[in-house]
Design a protein around this ligand. Structure first.
Ligand code: SAM
Length: 296
């Protein structure tokens, strides 16, 4: 089946290229609030976050850290709202997110990003469905949030549990999706009994590592292709359109193409065009466009 793949270099807080109810599935992983590697992106992308950061440097107050966290989620929230608009009734949104920990003025704090996104998406009108925990094999245990357990890491009660799971949150817009009896595309997209048992259980202990080769690819913190593949096969049928509003290196588009789904991806970082092109660019049906009046 010939499918179409549109990569838009532009900000997904507004997706004027997409009509209401034109997408069946969203699979994505945003920059994670309060994770250091994404600080500079948020600061560059949003003047309010930049101002708050300057305020924090001046006042050092914990309250300002909370305002930065709120502002980062407000930034992502605009994308979740647009995602809701472009999904069909019964469309699904899968969001891969990790929680964060941070020590400020010697005080350790957890930032439960998954819970905040659930609250925001519920307010937008999504129904929250049971989520998946992606158990990552690599993270080392930490002591007081600082690195590996030291000697006293064997003594109660001051060590912290390691954040070695990420969340794959699953939301639905409106009612369950309806099909005609014996819909051909739907039956052609069936999964096996073994796949059903494995994929629809709550913990995915995926060994599949990130396919990072270049520095540029590392910067995107790409998720394993296996995650995108499972979600696309679980929640869409052949010929559907899959949206990734935070495309990064292009994993979602590559896997949509492989599985006979159309795709649309948004990415603000134009330096990633060669990475995305390398992964999916030379295929029939792929179009990479820079939004006119390109803005971050
Ligand atoms: C965690 S990475 C996505 C990784 C992706 N799943 C992959 O496999 O490569 C998040 C990406 O979102 C992009 N981004 C951040 N804000 C954006 C926005 N408002 N619109 C479009 N892209 C954005 C960043 O430049 C970054 O590449």
């Amino acid at each position: 089946m010939l499918t179409r793949h549109k990569i838009i270099i532009g900000n997904s807080q507004q997706m004027p290229e997409l009509a209401d109810g034109s997408v069946q599935l969203t699979v994505t992983s945003p920059p994670y609030p309060m994770i250091k590697m994404w600080d500079s992106l948020f600061i560059k992308a949003d003047p309010k976050i930049r101002e708050l950061w300057q305020k924090l440097e001046a006042n050092g107050k914990e309250e300002t850290v909370g305002q930065i966290y709120d502002a980062m989620h407000a930034y992502l929230g605009k994308v979740w709202k647009e995602t809701h608009r472009v999904l069909i009734d019964g469309g699904i949104a899968c969001i891969n997110i990790g929680d964060a920990t941070r020590t400020h003025n010697g005080k350790f704090k957890l930032f439960p990003n998954h819970a905040r996104i659930m609250e925001i998406c519920e307010k937008i009108g999504f129904a929250t469905l049971p989520y998946i925990l992606w158990k990552k094999p690599t993270t080392k245990p930490k002591y007081k949030g600082k690195g590996a357990f030291l000697g006293s890491g064997f003594l109660p009660p001051n060590a912290y549990v390691t954040l070695d799971c990420e969340f794959i949150l699953i939301f639905r817009k409106g009612n369950i999706r309806k099909f005609q009896p014996h819909d051909r595309q739907r039956y052609d997209s069936a999964f096996t009994k073994q796949q059903r048992n494995e994929w629809f259980s709550q913990i995915w202990a995926l060994k599949g590592t990130r396919q990072t080769t270049s520095e540029l690819e590392k910067r995107t913190a790409a998720y394993p292709e296996e995650i995108a593949e499972r979600l696309i096969k679980m929640f869409s049928v052949k010929g559907d359109t899959v949206l990734d509003p935070f495309l990064g290196s292009g994993t979602t588009a590559k896997i949509a193409l492989k599985n006979e789904r159309n795709s649309i991806g948004y990415e603000t970082d134009q330096d990633l065009i060669p990475v995305i092109s390398k992964r999916i660019g030379n295929t029939t049906g792929v179009q990479i466009t820079r939004r006119v009046n390109f803005c971050r």
